[in-house]
Design a protein around this ligand. Sequence first.
Ligand SMILES: Cc1cc2nc3c(=O)[nH]c(=O)nc-3n(C[C@H](O)[C@H](O)[C@H](O)COP(=O)(O)OP(=O)(O)OC[C@H]3O[C@@H](n4cnc5c(N)ncnc54)[C@H](O)[C@@H]3O)c2cc1C
Length: 417
Amino acid sequence: MRSTKSEILILGGGVIGLSCALLLLRAGRGVTLLDKGVVGHGSSRGNCGTITPSHLPLHAPGTVGKALKWMLKRDAPFYVKPTLDPELLGWMLNFARRCNEDDFRRTAHVKTELLLRSRERLGALIRDELLDCEFVDSGTLYVWRTEQALARAHRDYAMLREVGVPVELLDGAALRAKEPALKDGMAGGHWHSGDARLRPDRYMAELARAVRAAGGTILEQTTMQGFHRNGDRLTGVITAQGEINADEVVLALGAWSPQLGKQLGLHLPIQPGKGYSITYSRPQRGTRIPLVLQERSVCVTAWDSGYRLGSTMEFSGYDTTLNQRRLDALKRGAAEYLEEPEGPSVEEQWYGWRPMTYDDLPIIGRAPDVSNLTLATGHGMLGVSLSAITAQLVMESLTGRTPSLDPAPYRPERFMR
Ligand SMILES: Cc1cc2nc3c(=O)[nH]c(=O)nc-3n(C[C@H](O)[C@H](O)[C@H](O)COP(=O)(O)OP(=O)(O)OC[C@H]3O[C@@H](n4cnc5c(N)ncnc54)[C@H](O)[C@@H]3O)c2cc1C
């Protein structure tokens, strides 16, 4: 069996692995990154590409009731496949326990700080590295069709102001003036001027280009199968192509992380939260600003090069089928809000697995009991948005620098048992 050596080995070439690789290279470290497929082809490819400090934690009070109602509708944006899987049931229970005012507020404060820092750094990274990915300081608009639903969203509005995220309340007329692609008669919306967007597949390609140009090695079609361990240290990572030795290993395997973590005795409570997207060529009356169509939970993003409807959250394990009913629900949802909800031609229908933790915070930091393993995973619905600060924290930890912010809330220890 062939054996190679690297200073730092990164497992997984999604937005998290590639961002960590780039920052570590810029800090003067030698980096090899491996992926079982082509880099940037996991959850990081067909997502909606919005960078959203405006996104509040999922476990708001009332979420469980809303989710139960949605589960009775066949094409609702949320679905849990009936199961006796103890991992998924335990995950759901832990999530439900956090759907209360105190946990929501605490998580909102912690997570928003991370999102705001990441937003700032992501813009700087893209500009400094000249990453050509249709990045625009676009803001986002959250749109409500009905007065009742808009009124219920007042709690989110108040929370965003409390945590320092810019938000402005717009009535129906102001909303339409801002985004003329919307139909008449919307109740109103929230304008988040601090949000942004990029085209994720281009961002992935550009990150990979920058990593290679900075001297990093990317090994594609290289599946990690296991580890060699000596006491508390990893001594090698086993792949079908041979063994790779490294001084430090970073695990950035997205939704696949728990499967490989298990081999190291790590309990990572991550479930794949399946989402879908449809990418089109640009409609004539396409949107200018990324939208979240709230009652239907559909995200709409337009770039010069295309147009995407995305979202839905399905807990059905590692299911690889494209569910046409969910894809159709995206189109029907968009049609309730937009004059021209679809583009002239479909370029791709896609699904991805979001790496969901039940406390809706990522897992970033040294693994307990394995002295040379760092975890960078569990980014849920916000991996693109959180990628820059995650890479910064990983780089700082591996180069002995002072962390940019207190890493305690994201440490893996919070889940270990
Ligand atoms: C529909 C949808 C819309 C979304 N919209 C947004 C959005 O607007 N903004 C936002 O911030 N986030 C969004 N997200 C979430 C975001 O896509 C994820 O949080 C992010 O992509 C996770 O990145 P990652 O690098 O952790 O995982 P991934 O991108 O999934 O990368 C993990 C990599 O690990 C590799 N791998 C797995 N197993 C092995 C193995 N054994 N050996 C080697 N390699 C392996 C995989 O091939 C993959 O490339 C969305 C997600 C979905 C599904």
